[in-house]
Design a protein around this ligand. Structure first.
Ligand SMILES: Cc1cc2nc3c(=O)[nH]c(=O)nc-3n(C[C@H](O)[C@H](O)[C@H](O)COP(=O)(O)O)c2cc1C
Length: 198
């Protein structure tokens, strides 16, 4: 029996991964070693433009999101692709060691990519920490906090009488009366059963 609800009990945070030319929201970040030069791992979906950039670049940054982060940062970096918009146009960033980090965050880690592992859907990138700073010692947003509050947080509104369906996994919103039977979330890939009518 595969009761994957137990996966929701793994503690994850909320971050913006950036690299030269783009970036996206990630929750799959882990510190995999400590010491003088800690190693940080991040898993990026192959369908994301950020994955293409990470394979080209030698560096990435992780900006840690606080509980009170401006929701526009999650909407821009987590629910849209750099293939369609310039994510940096309306979000303030500072360049650290050649990588843009998010100003409205608790701080950042910049890493040199030292290894990567591919599977069918994701690439796990491993980075060695080279630069880091803590801007504000406040509470970080966890993935479960985002899950519990995303309806409120993303303030999904229905315009011109249209029904909104919100993906319960990532928060993507589909506007339309009914979801097609074979519909898959364009952001996280789950099927229509995991969408909730607003
Ligand atoms: C809460 C949340 C968590 C996410 N976690 C990840 C993740 O760990 N890895 C990943 O590749 N994408 C993750 N995503 C999805 C990407 O942020 C999203 O697909 C983004 O639009 C990709 O943009 P890009 O095409 O510019 O790379 C997450 C999105 C949200 C909203």
């Amino acid at each position: 029996m595969k009761n994957d609800k137990i996966l929701w009990k793994i503690s994850q945070g909320m971050y913006v991964l950036t690299t030269d030319g783009g970036g996206c929201v990630v929750d799959s970040v882990s510190q995999i070693s400590a010491g003088d030069n800690p190693l940080i791992a991040v898993s990026v979906m192959k369908k994301n433009y950020t994955n293409v950039l990470m394979k080209k670049n030698r560096k990435f940054a992780i900006s840690v999101l606080g509980k009170d982060v401006n929701p526009e940062i999650i909407k821009t970096f987590g629910l849209k692709s750099m293939r369609d918009i310039n994510k940096f146009e309306n979000i303030k960033t500072t360049e650290i060691d050649g990588v843009k980090v998010i100003d409205n965050s608790l701080g950042y880690m910049v890493c040199d990519i030292i290894d990567s592992i591919d599977n069918d859907t994701h690439t796990l990138f491993i980075g060695r920490l080279t630069e880091a700073d803590l801007y504000e010692d406040k509470e970080a947003m966890t993935y479960s906090y985002y899950q519990e509050n995303k309806d409120d947080f993303l303030k999904v509104t229905t315009t011109s009488g249209k029904t909104a369906w919100i993906c319960t996994v990532c928060g993507f919103v589909y506007y339309g009366e009914e979801l097609p039977d074979d519909y898959k979330c364009p952001i996280c890939g789950v099927d229509k059963s995991l969408f909730k009518k607003q």
